[in-house]
Design a protein around this ligand. Structure first.
Ligand code: MN
Length: 316
């Protein structure tokens, strides 16, 4: 399959690269890496994401401003859909895909195999790891720039090489990326140590909301519209806050309820080890990985909290 995708790249001339709404570091890094490799080969390539703007934290990446909404305007041979479990998460029109080859490359175990070609590796720590295999095994040139994009994808999707998804292969790939010139401190500094003061003020409010349930095995935190308004912040400024819920000693599951619109709570769920949260997230119209998943709950804060307690009653 990796060779086949290599041939698809070699034998076609125009491409669209797209990833999911509310892109994370893997969505952005893997999209940019594919874009960059195709560009270096002299291909016609467009980069799309349904979310505008792309999170500011990634603006240090060279091609950050290359994302545009082009899918209904430009005709291409091949559409690469990266890090997307379900096609409706990337807002590509069904009519637009007709007559084009859709290549689905992902590592979500909930992936629905929606492509004409599907390369799903559930054991890959990030979609960026799968792209590395494609580039390496087909002898494609990986520049320092491309390597940095892949490193961002892997660093962020493994929680800085902390999650259980991190394997010897993950470190081998990271090592090869460093040999291509990636500067780990440059990336880590830009991704993790450029937080805005107002974001940390918001975090202060979020930490005040932390409560535990089921003998401390479930930790729940929340952000209300009022907290966003009070600190002049938006959902984008709360990136990573769910990890504080999980970090409570003894907690097996950490949850953040984020009121993105009045009465609409975006749910982020993280688990430490043995607990699989992807199914619970399915009940909220979402999905994800064993240790990281999400979904949406409609209602009041109280109702949302109640639904979370019910979904995780098996911890009690
Ligand atoms: Mn990913």
């Amino acid at each position: 399959m990796i060779k086949k995708i290599g041939d698809i790249i070699k034998n076609n001339s125009s491409f669209l690269v797209v990833s999911h709404i509310n892109p994370d570091g893997d969505a952005i890094g893997s999209s940019l890496a594919m874009y960059s490799v195709l560009k270096d080969m002299g291909k016609e390539v467009y980069l799309e994401n349904p979310t505008k703007p792309i999170p500011q934290v990634y603006s240090f990446l060279e091609d950050y401003d290359k994302f545009e909404l082009v899918s209904n305007k430009k005709n291409v041979d091949v559409i690469f859909i990266l890090d997307v479990a379900e096609i409706n998460r990337c807002a590509i029109d069904k009519n637009y895909t007709k007559g084009k080859l859709v290549v689905n490359i992902d590592h979500h175990k909930t992936n629905t195999d929606f492509g004409d070609i599907n390369l799903i590796d559930k054991d890959a720590a990030a979609t960026g790891c799968i792209l590395w295999s494609i580039f390496e095994e087909n002898n494609f040139i990986v520049s320092k720039k491309t390597a940095t994009y892949l490193y961002v994808s892997i660093l962020t999707d493994t929680g800085s090489f902390r999650y259980a998804s991190t394997t010897p292969r993950t470190f081998k790939i990271a090592s090869k990326l460093l040999e291509k010139g990636v500067e780990p401190w440059f990336v880590a500094y830009n991704v993790y140590e450029t937080r805005l003061l107002k974001e940390l003020k918001l975090l202060g409010l979020v930490l005040e909301t932390l409560e535990t349930y089921y003998e401390g095995k479930l930790a729940v935190s929340y952000i209300t519209r009022d907290m966003f308004i009070k600190t002049d912040t938006t959902a984008e400024n709360a990136e990573g806050f769910v990890n504080f819920a999980r970090s409570v000693r003894g907690a097996e599951v950490g949850v953040l309820l984020r009121e993105d619109e009045p009465g609409v709570f975006k749910i982020s769920i993280r688990s430490k080890d043995r607990v699989d949260v992807s199914e619970a997230a399915g009940a909220f119209g979402g999905g994800g990985h064993k240790n990281a998943a999400g979904g949406t709950i409609y209602g009041t804060l109280n109702q949302a909290e109640q639904k979370i307690l019910e979904a995780f009653s098996f911890l009690g």
